[in-house]
Design a protein around this ligand. Structure first.
Ligand code: BEZ
Length: 336
């Protein structure tokens, strides 16, 4: 059978839904679209997300008989997470793996996943992210963000890293804390009397090195990848919130796919969301063990909600008004 190829320009003429696609047709057979999906992430190539995103390309190719592949744009090459979310909305970007933190800027329900001390540890985080309640929260995303939330993954639990040692919670007052730009995280640090400094992941190392910030809120994976302890050697193991990821597909791109192709994409992406969660759960203790060996680091372990006074009640009072999912997730976790 003889194949023919239409150029990108010709494909575009077929309509916005086919934006960026190359069409492969087979004379006398139903046409099948071949395409390379562009996927943006803020994380560097060493990150588990990037490894799983690269593996997604192989899975997608296998499930689609070689028609689909993925090209990953790492390290915020396409812009920060906010820019990527905008590109998803217009269809300029096909997919992005974005932090739940970023998604809270458009979809307040997702903020419930950042409730302080919602879970004790990473196993609890995995249980929440795999729950029906969390899945239900994804339903608002097409309307709120213009993107379909296919599944959740994560980058582990968050810890505190400071330049100066911390005595007690009042030492955090006035500290310039780099945060991922997100209202629920900003509120957590403001409620503690700290001065949150929202900043993209890609700027954090330099901001620490230049002493523009005093401290960061971060997960083991990124602390290891970027060696933040070189400039902020005091790590408090707090597990104060989980740090989720949502695998998003542009709503415009999604709408341009057949139901069969949507199912293929869903299955492939879900496979790598699951693999990402499994890897984080399996590797979290080893990462802490590796950090214990990092040069110059001073680690205080076992700090829990009590260290932060009444932060849980105060944060819940603010966010419980904004989304019913704070109460729903606390109830869910009570049943674990
Ligand atoms: C952050 O903004 O802190 C972040 C983003 C993605 C992965 C890990 C950390």
């Amino acid at each position: 059978m003889k194949n023919f190829k239409l150029s990108v320009a010709s494909a575009a003429a077929l309509g916005a839904a086919l934006f960026g696609a190359t069409i492969l047709g087979s004379v006398g057979e139903a046409q099948a679209q071949a395409r390379e999906f562009r996927l943006g992430v803020i994380t560097p190539p060493a990150h588990v997300w990037n490894q799983e995103a690269a593996a997604l390309s192989e899975t997608l190719s296998r499930l689609s008989d070689g028609r689909f592949s993925v090209v990953v744009f790492p390290s915020g090459q396409l812009g920060n997470e906010s820019a990527m979310l905008q590109q998803l909305q217009t269809g300029a970007l096909d997919m992005a793996w974005l932090t739940t933190a970023e998604v809270t800027t458009r979809a307040p329900d997702i903020a419930a996943l950042h409730a302080p001390f919602l879970v004790e540890d990473i196993a609890g985080a995995a249980q929440v992210l795999r729950s029906d309640v969390a899945r239900e929260m994804l339903e608002t995303l097409p309307a709120r963000t213009g993107a379909v939330g296919v599944c959740y993954a994560m980058t582990g639990m968050r810890q505190l890293l400071t330049r100066a040692p911390i005595e007690n919670v009042s030492s955090l007052r006035g500290m310039r804390f780099r945060i991922t730009p997100a209202p629920p995280i900003r509120d957590f640090f403001e409620l503690l009397g700290a001065a949150p400094a929202p900043m993209a992941l890609t700027q954090v190392y330099d901001a620490l090195a230049n002493a523009q910030i005093d401290a960061i809120d971060m997960d083991y994976e990124s602390i290891i990848n970027f060696r933040y302890y070189e400039h902020a050697p005091n790590m408090m193991v707090t597990n104060h919130h989980m740090f989720g990821m949502i695998a998003l597909v542009s709503g415009r791109v999604w709408a341009g796919l057949s139901a069969d192709d949507q199912a293929i994409l869903r299955e492939a992406v879900q496979t790598h969301c699951d693999a990402t969660i499994d890897r984080f759960v399996a590797e979290e203790d080893d990462k802490l063990a590796r950090l214990r060996e990092a040069p110059g680091i001073r680690i205080v372990e076992g700090l829990g909600a009590e260290f932060f006074g009444d932060i849980v009640a105060r944060w819940d009072a603010v966010w419980g008004e904004r989304t019913p999912y704070v109460a729903k997730l606390r109830e869910l976790v009570d049943g674990f």
